[in-house]
Write a protein that binds this ligand. Structure first.
Ligand code: GTP
Ligand code: MG
Length: 194
């Protein structure tokens, strides 16, 4: 995918502040600190368009980015961040849920997992929830650079088994090396019907 333009549009917490629903949108979800913002930067080949941080809970709003004047990426706050108050976590949850269930231009969600971590009940619940709401999901297992190719495959298999899904539904990815970038773009464009 050649990126001709990528720009920040706006941040929002509630529907009244979402940008006009004009272009197909893809949202990026996952645990806090899993590498969502880095994955977006890598897809867009921009080093700093989206703020990243080694401190979990960095992304706290819905952040909208327009790509090639033809689609919109939405960086979502991470879930499961322990250090914010219960009330904050509930608010984030509601903010994400409202966006995902009401946004007419949302074509799908890239659910980002850490290749080093075998998913559990929380991830299975999330997948079931997306399914129930008829939201197509693309799975990306990031930080693949932490493993050899051989070990990546072992992890990918374990993850697929834990989630009860076919192996090839998990895109192995690295924001650091760009591994898996083209394949992930292909799946995203497919969902957007571009
Ligand atoms: P929140 O917005 O806080 O939920 O975090 P996030 O999911 O957006 O994560 P972010 O992209 O900010 O990255 C978190 C940390 O993981 C940073 O220290 C990144 O440098 C690191 N990281 C992200 N992706 C990769 C990757 O592919 N490989 C490696 N080695 N590190 C990564
Ligand atoms: Mg982030």
């Amino acid at each position: 995918m050649i990126i001709k333009s990528a720009k920040f549009i706006s941040s929002a917490t509630k529907p009244g502040n979402y940008p006009p629903p004009e272009l197909p949108e893809i949202a990026f979800a996952g645990r806090s600190n899993v590498g969502k913002s880095s994955l977006i930067n890598s897809l867009l080949k921009r080093k700093k368009l989206v703020k990243t941080s080694s401190t979990p809970g960095r992304t706290q709003l819905l952040n909208f980015f327009e790509v090639n004047e033809s689609l919109v990426f939405v960086d979502l706050p991470g879930y499961g961040y322990a250090k914010v108050s219960k009330e904050m976590r509930k608010k984030w949850g509601q903010m994400i849920e409202t966006f995902i269930t009401t946004r007419k231009t949302l074509h799908g969600v890239v659910l980002i997992l850490d290749l080093r971590r075998i998913p559990g009940g929380q991830e299975r619940e999330n997948l079931a929830w997306f399914d129930m709401n008829n939201i197509p999901v693309i799975l990306a297992a990031t930080k693949a650079d932490k493993f050899s190719r051989q070990r990546q495959l072992v992890q990918q298999k374990e993850m697929a088994k834990a989630l009860g899904i076919p192996l090839d539904l998990i895109h192995v990815f690295s924001a650091k090396t760009g591994q898996g970038r083209d394949e992930l773009w292909e799946s995203i464009l497919d969902l957007c019907e571009i």
